[in-house]
Ligand binder design. Structure first.
Ligand code: WTA
Length: 638
């Protein structure tokens, strides 16, 4: 039995769940009315499995709902309290945000961007990023944001896939006091891409850049732009953005989100989960390059006219007190971060947070990976001073917004450290076995979603077939997220990590297949397998097993360096393995499947005993032999 914490905010709305349980379609229909629509929808849900279209026939605009609707009462209210890594700061009001967005919308138009075109945004965490996203949304262009830690090759693949007409980037971005030269990366990424018509550059770091014929400075374009730009009336299902994310196969997939359904989901979950009030100061530490930043830094807070903090840099720069310093400085009331960040803060000890005034905090949240109960308790006690509920929110790039979370803005539910508690209203989630049958309480199974929900992805960009196979083929008419879970006897859900070959390193999603194909593209490598092993700080770290081609006699130290370099340039530093093992062959079952659990056991320094029963399709002796062989070859080569 785990400990429970009876802490809430006093809200007790039972009506909402009741309505949702009786008819989820009409429930979401009501929720959608919280937004401003140009024209109403004719049909709430068009469910043509596995394709869901919400609020069909309605017209809406995301930028209008984030900014225009807030002008009457909040034009002077701070939308973004921006804190630069180097100590710069900016406050941008709702009124100013709208002006910037309208101007940049006109800039995009002047560069030939039209409704339906894609625009790639490769920017650091500066206000120009949400401004550019909302400007795209305003004119009906589909934005595709690429995390600014990704390499030139990663950008190239994504820009090529989305065929973006314009790229918006910066001269550089600050990371741990150093300048990351983003514009240089873009130059390399788009070489020879005629379909890219222009590159717009924000000057953030003022490092020297070479201006090519396609390049234009943000500031010059904005100076000339008109402040008048009405929001386009877009179909509810109009594609708002593509966000690439790693899956089990090959290259990252372009998750495509629509407008009306996505915004409805965000509006409601932000209210229920964070209990947002006009006086709140909200701080989500996610980078906008990931989905948490899209949904809960950009769209959800602005839809509510909230004031939020946006921080540019590393959470522990220049030292471990940076987050607490920001929370104190801006009198933050809500803090939403990752278990990886919390594990790091916890390691630095209590004295640092204790020396700051965190008394304004009233609600805490986590996202992105399972949170260890001891970290949860530390967060509750040391940061929340035993007065703030913690919401452990489970969701994915594909789900658009939270699907499982305590909802203090709606109801009070005893919290259990490490559990996301229950699904949000209007979403039917359960845990099933291999055959799709509900498992008994306290039994590990696969999480599935049994009905469509408004934030659900429309499809995978340009690949309906893959969309069907990846998410909808394991169980009939059920969405399969690829996570293990269990439900306890109180009906609480516990998320137990990925059930597929997707890794979560410091909360970042990395596909094993993508990484393996990158390693194999090194000239001397014949074969490779990667897997994740538990890590105290990052939740999970990567280890790689590499088989070299016959006759390669380069020193492994040199090869290791080259392989790491290759990963950094092809994917990005986040995918760097903690350890590379050179082995003579990979352990495989007779049917040719790599024995990944065996590899994990080796990485974890575990004994083989338990693994042999876990590798499907392999006999105990087979696993033992493979284990001995691989241990021997590691010893010989390292
Ligand atoms: C994992 C991040 C446990 C899960 C928003 C999921 C979690 C993947 C939690 C999606 C949580 C996310 N507890 N695991 N509260 N939240 N995950 O697309 O494995 O980057 O499938 O979206 O993160 O990662 P993504």
């Amino acid at each position: 039995m785990s400990d429970t914490y009876n802490i809430g905010l006093g809200n007790n709305d039972t009506d909402t769940r009741q309505k949702a349980d009786s008819d989820f379609v009409s429930f979401w229909d009501d929720q959608a009315k919280n937004l401003s629509w140009f024209s109403p929808w004719e049909k709430t849900l068009d469910w043509n499995p596995p394709f869901a279209r919400w609020f069909v026939g309605g017209t809406i605009n995301a930028s209008y709902n984030a900014l225009d609707v807030n002008q009457d009462t909040k034009s002077q209210k701070a939308a973004i309290l921006w804190e630069g890594e180097n100590g710069d700061s900016r406050i941008i009001t709702y009124g100013e945000m709208l002006t910037h967005v309208k101007k940049f919308s006109n800039v995009l138009k002047s560069l030939g961007v039209e409704k339906g075109d894609r625009v790639t945004l490769y920017l650091p965490m500066i206000p120009e990023l949400p401004i550019a996203m909302l400007a795209c949304a305003r004119i009906g262009a589909t934005h595709t944001v690429i995390f600014s830690g990704f390499s030139a090759t990663s950008i190239r693949d994504r820009v090529d896939d989305s065929k973006s007409k314009v790229i918006v980037t910066a001269d550089g971005g600050y990371r741990r006091g150093k300048i990351v030269k983003l514009k240089e990366v873009v130059d390399e990424a788009i070489e020879g891409f005629d379909f890219v018509k222009n590159v717009v550059i924000v000057e953030r770091t003022k490092n020297e850049i070479i201006m090519n014929s396609k390049d234009k400075l943000w500031i010059d374009l904005m100076n000339d732009a008109s402040e008048n730009c009405p929001a386009e009336k877009l179909d509810s299902v109009h594609p708002l953005y593509i966000l690439y994310t790693s899956g089990t196969t090959g290259k990252p997939k372009g998750v495509l989100h629509g407008t009306g359904g996505y915004l409805t989901h965000l509006y409601s979950t932000f209210k229920w989960a964070f209990d947002i009030k006009d006086t709140d100061v909200f701080f989500c530490t996610a980078d906008i390059g990931w989905v948490t930043g899209h949904s809960y830094v950009v769209y959800a807070p602005l839809l509510h006219g909230a004031t939020e903090i946006m921080y540019e840099g590393a959470p522990d720069f220049p030292d471990a007190s940076r987050m607490w310093d920001i929370l104190e400085k801006y009198k933050a009331t809500i803090f939403y971060t990752t278990p990886t960040a919390l594990r790091m803060f916890m390691k630095f000890g209590d004295d640092i947070p204790n020396s700051f005034d965190l008394s304004t905090l009233r609600l805490l949240g986590t996202v992105g990976e399972p949170i260890n109960p001891e970290v949860w308790r530390w967060y509750y006690k040391t940061i929340g001073k035993e007065k703030c509920p913690i919401i452990d929110t489970w969701w994915q790039t594909e789900t658009g917004g939270m699907l499982i979370s305590p909802l203090p803005g709606l109801e009070t539910i005893p919290l259990k450290p490490g559990s996301g508690t229950r699904p949000i209203p209007g979403v039917n989630i359960t845990v099933v076995d291999e055959y799709g049958n509900d498992v008994e309480p306290n039994t590990k199974g696969y999480l599935v979603v049994k009905n469509p929900w408004p934030g659900m992805l429309l499809t995978l960009w340009d690949d309906d077939e893959k969309y069907k196979t990846v998410y909808w083929s394991k169980y009939e008419n059920c969405y399969y997220p690829g996570d293990y879970a269990l439900k306890d006897t109180d009906g609480y859900l516990w998320l137990l990590g990925r059930a597929d070959d997707v890794l979560k390193v410091a909360g970042h999603r990395i596909g094993t297949a993508e990484l393996e194909s990158c390693i194999v593209s090194h000239d001397d490598v014949a074969e490779s397998a990667v897997c994740g092993i538990p890590d105290e700080l990052k939740g999970e770290v990567i280890i790689a097993f590499v088989v070299l081609k016959e006759g390669v006699d380069t020193e492994t130290k040199v090869l290791e360096k080259e392989i790491v370099e290759k990963i950094r340039t092809d994917i990005g530093a986040i995918a760097t393995p903690k350890q590379i093992y050179f082995v003579s062959k990979l352990p495989k079952t007779r049917s040719g499947k790599i024995m990944r659990r065996l590899l994990k056991a080796i990485g974890n320094n575990e004994k083989i005993g338990d693994v042999s029963t876990l590798e499907d399709g392999a006999a105990v002796t087979e696993v033992q032999t493979a284990f001995d062989e691989i241990q021997k070859s590691i010893k010989e080569s390292n």
